[in-house]
Write a protein that binds this ligand. Sequence first.
Ligand SMILES: C[S@@+](CC[C@H](N)C(=O)[O-])C[C@H]1O[C@@H](n2cnc3c(N)ncnc32)[C@H](O)[C@@H]1O
Length: 265
Amino acid sequence: MPGICTKAVLASLDRVNHAWGGNGRAEVGRCPGMELRMREGHHGTGPGTITPDGCAVELYARLTAGTEPDIIAAAVPVGAHILELGCGAGRVTRPLLERGFTVTAVDESPEMLRRVRGARTICSPIEDLDLGETFDVVMLASFLVHTGDAEVRRGLLRTCARHVAQDGCVLIQREGADYHVNLPRERVDPAGYTVRVLSAEPVGDGVNAVHTEYVFPDVTWTQTFRSRPMTTEQFEEALAEADLKVDRYLTKDRMWARAAREGAH
Ligand SMILES: C[S@@+](CC[C@H](N)C(=O)[O-])C[C@H]1O[C@@H](n2cnc3c(N)ncnc32)[C@H](O)[C@@H]1O
């Protein structure tokens, strides 16, 4: 499957502060001929390439898919074409392809995209994506909607609205209500690794610096990122700004929402 790298990568990331000093801990991924800078407040440690938002490529290549593919498959038409925004190494892409969906996978990290098999890949910041086509389903998972930068969040949601077919839907994964409290907490995955959310410290403007670690028997990765907690009301207001409206929540915890263009259904 062909991969493309949009010119917008560099332009967009020029807006992003170079917050990681290149101290030799890890290599920062780049699109060919383009410089990728760390997003402000985001960093990661551990072996291999670290993406601008602090994710470790080798880590995401190891993580298993949980219930996400089933939640998605139950909410969209059989065989739909899904635009997956922030696909990473294809952890969720792979099971979606196995279920018979077609996937166009977008990420700003070329190293992540290199791991994706069986899908068309596009290297671009999500907020600048404009493919001139629409999809049955647009998916913005991995809590990206909680980005600390409100302008980036608007851009992400506008991209969702721009690329969803008139009768299509947008699937968004949000943080759980207690994501920033009762810390530290951990989850031991059946695959044998432990995920810990260690702390969430306010850095101003309603945004927290969240510290996480992923401990495997042979290696540990960490990620620090900026996240803005949002109540359900604030989440729905953010969608409304992009002319999107929730038609239903897919899970009891309301972490997965299905939305459509305002007035579409
Ligand atoms: C936490 S990882 C999750 C990857 C995948 N969704 C999964 O669940 O395994 C977030 C991914 O989104 C990408 N990403 C984050 N913000 C982005 C943005 N604004 N534009 C493009 N890619 C972005 C990162 O490069 C990374 O690969």
